[in-house]
Design a protein around this ligand. Structure first.
Ligand code: CMP
Length: 138
């Protein structure tokens, strides 16, 4: 119980049919799904979600990619949720991701890396609130 993190299954993983397998890995790692939806971002929404990366060279590519198809957004609960989820997903670059991680299994590149995971408790709250109202969290 206790802390939460936020995740998205990204367009290439949704397109490839990995939603079920990724949610199974999340469940088996001990996370409880607090909120869950399949949706598609428009450019403004993806740009706002990733505003912290606005100055990065890959920002435009990242925004285009994240609205290229549907994604699955979720809030996940577990002790130490942010850090434990980052361990479960593995390194941003799948060639550096550990065996048994979601990105090792399903990511295709550093940009198309299958899943997002919040990097702090504060961002987990901000990102979760971006997608879900208080009536959608149980
Ligand atoms: P995510 O955890 O969603 O947060 C920022 C995202 O930017 C990251 O996953 C990657 O998808 C993307 N990203 C990070 N580094 C690069 C890069 N060098 N080139 C393209 N995309 C990147």
């Amino acid at each position: 119980a206790g802390t939460t993190t936020f995740t998205m299954i990204k367009p290439e993983a949704v397109e490839a049919g990995h939603i079920g397998n990724i949610l199974q890995m999340i469940n088996e790692a001990g996370f409880r799904i607090v909120a869950l939806k399949k949706t598609q971002l428009n450019k403004d929404q993806a740009g706002e979600f990733y505003a912290v990366h606005k100055e990065r060279p890959f920002y435009g590519e990242l925004v285009d990619y994240m609205c290229s198809g549907p994604i699955v957004a979720a809030i996940l609960e577990k002790d130490n949720a942010v850090a434990d989820f980052r361990e479960l997903i593995g390194a941003t670059d799948p060639s550096e991701a550990a065996e048994g991680t979601i990105r090792k299994k399903y990511a295709t590149s550093k940009a198309e890396n299958a899943v997002h995971g919040s990097d702090s408790d504060e961002n987990a709250q901000i990102e979760g609130s971006f997608f879900f109202s208080r009536f959608e969290k149980f």
